[in-house]
Design a protein around this ligand. Structure first.
Ligand SMILES: *Cc1c(COP(=O)(O)O)cnc(C)c1O
Length: 379
């Protein structure tokens, strides 16, 4: 077997160029149309994409922003979260989740994750609520929905807002409802490697609340009241403007909005990820490694396929010898990072196997057999 695969490329973690190849014509056409239009920021292309994204996710509003990181910061600010407020989240996430909380001047409160889903543990959330707590900020880690029934219940009983970090989970379903739609605000990343990836940075804020939507539109555009003509010639010509807030320059530009082309085939790609995950589940089941756990009623989108192994580093080295890429995510986790040392926390992590819509069953068998040798069940 090895001889055959020796002929092939290194096993990647993603296949973004292959994906672009399969969509080249409509993507090129959309981007060239924008270039020729001379209208690059906050234009029709974005409005169309926002409408389509809102319809897909199932919210009244979707507002395009510059990144998933910005989506989180702007969401918190739009919700009126600031100094003196505490926001409860998990340390097992990308830095932007917790950084956003600090950016608006509020305090990060970390709660540990469930050992099987790696999502925030609702049972531990309740114990961390104080009179300063304003927001519960769950992450749907690796595209696996957090327990939104329990989180919504805790939020309701304690009069807290819920803001979801759905950066890795576009299209994931929690009992038939898309993640990002449970709380007051949902935040998505459209960075290239994410489930719906643009060709650069982009993000989306979704909400059913019209006031929040209006505030997000103001905040992403320098803090200007809507309707201001940004054309400098018109400003000089005497148009008045209104600076309503301390905003950001964080617009989803029209070229990145061309990613809406990919929205049409997103469900098919998510279907491929789910199928690949089911194949890994079957292939790895006899190996005794721990594979991703989805609770009943949850339909993850498998941004990543994570396994737990006793001797993680040895397993990674053995897989690398077979030219299979793995990644350690969030290692060490945020509560052990210098930027969050001030919170005073004291150590878990897991290797992640390649999964992407284009991966073939044959490739996955190779990964599984390599992993089998690596964990030493059949040397
Ligand atoms: C990627 C990511 C973000 C940040 O999104 P960007 O678009 O990269 O700024 C936030 N949270 C999580 C969990 C992510 O994976």
């Amino acid at each position: 077997m090895r001889a055959i695969w020796d002929e092939l490329m290194q096993f990647p973690m993603t296949a973004l160029a292959e994906e672009y190849e399969s969509l080249r014509e409509p993507i090129d056409a959309a981007i060239l149309r924008v270039l020729a239009s001379g209208r690059y920021v906050l234009e029709e292309e974005l409005a169309e994409f926002e409408n389509e994204f809102a319809r897909y996710i199932g919210t009244r509003f979707a507002i395009g922003v510059g990144s998933g990181s910005s989506a989180l910061t702007i969401a918190l600010k739009a919700a009126g979260v600031g100094p003196g407020d505490e926001v409860i989240t998990a340390p097992n996430t990308d830095n932007p989740t917790a950084a956003a909380i600090e950016h608006v001047g509020s305090s990060v409160v970390f709660v540990d994750t469930e050992p099987d889903t790696f999502n925030i543990d609702p049972e531990q959330v309740e114990r961390k609520i104080t009179s300063c707590t304003r927001v519960l900020l769950p992450i749907h880690l690796f595209g696996n929905p957090a327990d939104m029934d329990a989180i919504s219940d805790i939020a309701g009983r304690n009069n807290l807002m819920v803001i979801e970090d759905s950066a890795l989970a576009a299209g994931a379903l929690h009992r038939g409802q898309k993640t990002g739609t449970f709380g007051l605000i949902g935040c998505f990343s459209l960075a290239p490697s994410k489930i719906l990836g643009a060709y650069g940075d982009a993000g989306m804020v979704v909400t059913d609340d019209e006031q929040i939507a209006d505030r997000v539109r103001v905040l992403r555009n320098y803090g200007y009241a809507p309707g201001i003509d940004l054309d400098p010639a018109n400003l000089l010509g005497g148009t008045t403007w209104e600076v309503r807030d301390h905003g950001y320059n964080s617009r989803l530009d029209a070229i990145q909005a061309a990613v809406r082309v990919k929205l049409k085939s997103l469900e098919a790609r998510i279907g491929s990820r789910r199928k690949a995950a089911a194949i890994y589940d079957r292939l790895l089941e006899p190996l005794g490694v721990s594979t991703p756990m989805a609770r009943p009623g949850m339909e993850p989108v498998y941004y990543a396929y994570n396994v737990m192994a006793e001797d993680r580093d040895l397993v990674r080295t053995a897989l690398a010898d077979d030219r299979i890429s793995t990644r350690l995510y969030y290692n060490p986790p945020l509560h052990l990072q210098p930027a969050f040392a001030h919170l005073g926390h004291g150590p878990g992590s897991f290797p992640v196997l390649p999964i992407f819509p284009q991966i073939t069953e044959q490739q996955q068998s190779w990964v599984a057999s390599s992993l089998e040798r690596a964990v030493g069940y059949r040397v």
